[in-house]
Design a protein around this ligand. Structure first.
Ligand code: C2E
Ligand code: MG
Length: 718
């Protein structure tokens, strides 16, 4: 097209030249006129922008297309230098286009055509650049070596330049943006990722290329992006939301993701563009804010709001299930004094310590809240009975009594606790807290460092138990515990084979109390550990004493509660007692009480084996009541089984009990264990047990438990 135009315009030019030479030849003039008109029309109407410059670079002719392209009427451009008519001319790289390098100037200077030069012509009206490809062709008069004019054609490439610019801008954005971007094809297969994607996910191009977009999603997501995308409709073809993404090494992270559909010319989805940013920090900050809204910043405990929420929710369940719950309202005694005396930093430390101690005591399902200043609330859901919260209250009071060390000060703190119960003392959170608070005030009035139920009856019941527990704790130092001893005999020979030590408590006001009344309290409060050690120590000492008195007893049998065993280093205790008393372990037999020994844990089995390795015999007490597993029985290194007295008592009248006893004896013998029957009160019971093959017996028939100097031991050992 361009070449043709050149040809036409060249001819036109040469004609116009010839015209000035020929004046008198009318035919020729006519022909020329026609021809000139034809070519002028062509010049004017052709789509290509054409401009003629003279030898000085002055514009001499501009066609319509050029006029439109430049946006300047020709009477402005003609007669001026072409470059003057544009404020600024730039090269493709944006730099200034010096006049001497511009194609028309070069073509004039060199006499050679300059083609395909891209120029940006600034349009001051539109404040943008007009991008053109310029060809400048010099034209010569016959015989002249200097061009007399320049034919300049301009082709508008502004659009092309703009989309090129957009593309390169998009590519710059794609690779420099902070958000991770990956693009998939219509089948969700990843085809491209940007630099930020690699930095954020740790995956490289190779790791993900061709993978389905799912590959980058974590299993933590509750939503499926595919479902969301399928739901897209209407003009907004993108989806935004929180998506958990995979990191190649560091695990999952939350992202804010935008997925956009890209459609092809036919309106079909061709690509999906996923843009995402890692919002871990944002989430953390958000979580922290959420945490602060519902927690006390000092102790990190739930605040009132969260407490109320939890109680409200729990009471609904309790109502549905008919279960009980309790609110314990704690107030630190004399906290204000500590704050005033030692300053707020110490006060804060004390509150933090109080929170820690409370948290350490409650069950996982309980809620501990810092209610206000020095007030804490514990909410216990699903409590087994009304007495249960008193146990926690006691433990709380005890734990607060231990000294606190803050900033070099040794401080004493104590607390008063009020307890309200659901449903007895209120059906809603506010009432329960209000009543627990009222009970707490009563506890303060009663002299602090104690607890009160909202209901007075429950308080007195709990106090009875509590005062029993308090007194029991002092029983050892007050020498109120006494060991009684009961003989165990061989059924065949009637000879003494062992003596069981049985503890009693000489209560200062209630008199001699049976272990049945206080062992469970000792177990609940943990005092059983001290009590058990005391009994072991005294029983072993008694055994040595008998030896010194030349009374031969084969075994000293000491009861061991499972709780005592599990809550202390029992093996070490036994070793210590044997060392301190000097008793040979072969004289010691331990009766294991409770299913805790049957827990089949490695710890239990190891400890029991250590005891056996020392030379101690083990017996399972109360065999035949409660649960036992044959498998566990095989793993525990016991030597003897003790049949519970309740079976023996009814054995003669109740055929079932006899059958059970027979089966237990057969089972024990099958495992090569000895069998001792407890609670033998009559000759008939003894005879029946002998017929069943029982080895040993214990019971009132031989002797009830007695003090160690009783005659019976010597009598039976002779
Ligand atoms: P246990 O080990 O089964 O002790 C046997 C209980 O049966 C004793 O009750 C004993 O007095 C009673 N008894 C003995 N012969 C007869 C009889 O012929 N008929 C009837 N009906 N009862 C008989 P006690 O002394 O009241 O002890 C009760 C339980 O207290 C013991 O049961 C034992 O589990 C626990 N206990 C006693 N002393 C200790 C101890 O030092 N440590 C631990 N952890 N528990 C102990
Ligand atoms: Mg026993």
């Amino acid at each position: 097209m361009f070449d043709k135009l050149k040809e036409y315009l060249g001819v036109l030019n040469s004609f116009s030249f010839t015209m000035s030479q020929i004046t008198n030849h009318s035919l020729a003039i006519d022909t020329l006129r026609i021809s000139e008109a034809r070519y002028r029309s062509l010049f004017e109407n052709i789509d290509q922008s054409v401009i003629y410059l003279d030898a000085a670079g002055i514009v001499v002719a501009v066609n319509k297309a050029a006029e439109q392209l430049l946006g300047l009427p020709r009477d402005i451009t003609i007669g001026r230098k072409f470059v003057d008519s544009c404020v600024k001319v730039i090269k493709e790289d944006g730099s200034n286009f010096p006049e001497e390098q511009q194609p028309s100037v070069v073509a004039l200077r060199t006499g050679k055509p300059v083609e395909g030069v891209v120029m940006g012509l600034f349009n001051p009206e539109q404040q943008n650049y007009l991008w053109v490809v310029v060809n400048s062709v010099p034209e010569f008069r016959a015989g002249e070596r200097q061009p007399h004019q320049i034919l300049m054609t301009l082709t508008d490439i502004t659009r092309q330049k703009q989309s090129e610019g957009k593309l390169s801008m998009a590519s710059v954005i794609f690779n420099n943006i902070g958000e991770g971007i990956f693009v998939t094809d219509k089948d969700k297969k990843i085809i491209s990722v940007n630099e930020a994607f690699i930095a954020i996910t740790g995956f490289t191009h190779q790791d993900v290329y061709g993978q389905n977009a799912h590959f980058l999603q974590s299993k933590k997501n509750s939503i499926k992006i595919d479902d969301e995308l399928n739901g897209l409709a209407g003009p907004v073809n993108n989806w935004q939301g929180e998506v958990w993404r995979r990191h190649k090494i560091n695990g999952d992270f939350p992202s804010w993701t935008t997925v956009s559909e890209v459609k092809d010319a036919s309106g079909e989805v061709a690509h999906y563009v996923h843009v995402f940013m890692d919002i871990t920090h944002f989430k953390k900050a958000q979580d922290h804010l959420g945490f602060l809204a519902y927690h006390d910043p000092l102790t990190k405990l739930p605040n009132r709001l969260l407490l109320k929420d939890r109680i409200d929710h729990s009471l609904q369940n309790a109502l549905r299930e008919g279960s009980q719950a309790a609110v314990l309202f704690l107030d630190l005694d004399r906290f204000k004094g500590i704050n005033d005396t030692y300053g707020h930093a110490v006060g804060d430390g004390l509150l933090r310590e109080a929170a820690k101690r409370i948290k350490n005591l409650v069950r996982k399902e309980d809620t501990v809240s810092r209610y206000a200043g020095d007030e804490f609330v514990v909410f216990m859901e699903n409590i087994p009975d009304a007495k249960n919260p008193a146990k926690l209250a006691r433990k709380l009071i005890d734990t607060f009594n231990a000294p606190v060390y803050i900033k070099g000060y040794r401080l004493k703190m104590s607390t008063s606790v009020g307890i309200s119960l659901f449903p007895q003392d209120g059906h809603d959170t506010e009432t329960l807290i209000k009543n627990a608070d009222a009970a707490m005030y009563r506890a303060k009035k009663e002299g602090r460092n104690n607890f009160q139920y909202y209901s007075l009856e429950l308080t007195s019941e709990a106090f009875e138990k509590m005062s029993m527990e308090c007194a029991l704790r002092q029983s050892i130092e007050r020498h109120e515990l006494i060991l009684y001893y009961q003989p165990q005999v061989c059924l065949k020979t009637g000879k003494l084979v062992g003596v069981e030590s049985l503890v009693r408590w000489m209560h200062p006001t209630l008199g001699l109390i049976s272990p049945k009344q206080f062992i469970s309290i000792a177990e609940e409060s943990g005092f059983i550990v001290a009590l058990g050690e005391w009994a072991l120590q005294n029983a072993c000492t008694q055994m040595i004493r008998w030896m010194d008195e030349n009374l031969y007893v084969e075994k000293m049998v000491v009861n061991v509660s499972a709780i005592q065993f599990l809550r202390s280093d029992f093996v070490a205790t036994v070793e210590r007692v044997l060392r301190s008393t000097g008793l040979d372990p072969c004289y010691l037999e331990l009766e294991l009480i409770g299913s805790g020994f049957m827990d089949n844990s490695e710890h239990t089995i190891k400890a029991l084996n250590q005891l056996v390795a020392l030379g101690i015999d083990l017996t399972i007490d109360d065999f035949g009541v409660g649960c036992f597993s044959f498998n566990n029985l095989k793993r525990i290194p016991v030597k003897k089984l003790k049949i519970n007295g309740s079976l023996v008592v009814d054995m003669l009248s109740n055929i079932n009990d006899e059958d059970i006893t027979r089966a237990l004896i057969a089972l024990g013998h099958g495992l090569h264990l000895q069998i001792i029957a407890m609670g033998i009160e009559s000759q008939a019971q003894q005879n029946r047990l002998m017929e069943l093959g029982c080895d040993q017996g214990q019971g009132h028939l031989y002797s009830s438990p007695v003090l160690p100097w009783a005659n019976i031991f010597r009598k039976l050992s002779e």
